[in-house]
Ligand binder design. Structure first.
Ligand code: SF4
Length: 163
């Protein structure tokens, strides 16, 4: 046991020091200011998985961690489409999920926007309904497979600049 602690103290800390990402910081600042101005610091997103592999959702979950901390910018993921401004859609639009996706869109109060996430929503195949922009008015697409949290934040900022 003593040898274990001697080795531990001898080696010192092994964790990496957090790199400061200036670009991310600038994006966060602009995003926060747009959300404050246009949405009174409260932009709600309802995410619908229309048949994804779950990697896109995992990247979105990272947006709530203390590093990306989207809630601090006034952007929230909500459980009900009735409380949402944006419908964020991931996945390939399967036959089974399409009615639920359309139903969720119907429940969003106006004004409402659809943003697609990842490469799946624009895929075509005989096995799926495919191409979400054929059934919903998609305002913006965030590409990637999966898009990293920073890409998602960048995409949201780009989308908000356009509306
Ligand atoms: S875009 Fe890629 S990561 Fe996202 S759901 Fe589709 S296959 Fe998974």
């Amino acid at each position: 046991m003593i040898r274990f602690w001697q080795k531990r103290f001898g080696e010192g800390l092994k964790t990496e020091s957090l790199e400061f990402d200036r670009e991310l910081e600038d994006i966060r600042k602009e995003l926060k200011s747009i959300v404050k101005k246009r949405f009174a610091s409260s932009l709600a997103i309802r995410m619908v998985d229309s048949g994804s592999c779950n990697a896109c959702e995992a990247e979105c979950s990272a947006l709530s961690n203390p590093y990306y901390n989207l809630e601090r910018l006034g952007i929230y993921f909500v459980a009900s489409p009735r409380h949402a401004d944006i419908l964020l859609v991931s996945g390939v639009n399967t036959f089974n999920m399409q009615p639920h996706l359309l139903n969720a869109y119907e429940q969003l109060p106006a004004p409402k926007w659809v943003v697609t996430l990842g490469d799946c929503p624009i895929k075509k195949s005989f096995a799926i309904k495919g191409e979400i922009d054929k059934i919903l008015p998609v305002s913006y697409h965030i590409k990637g497979c999966p898009p990293e949290p920073k890409d998602i934040i960048k995409g949201l900022l780009d989308f908000l600049r356009q509306i």
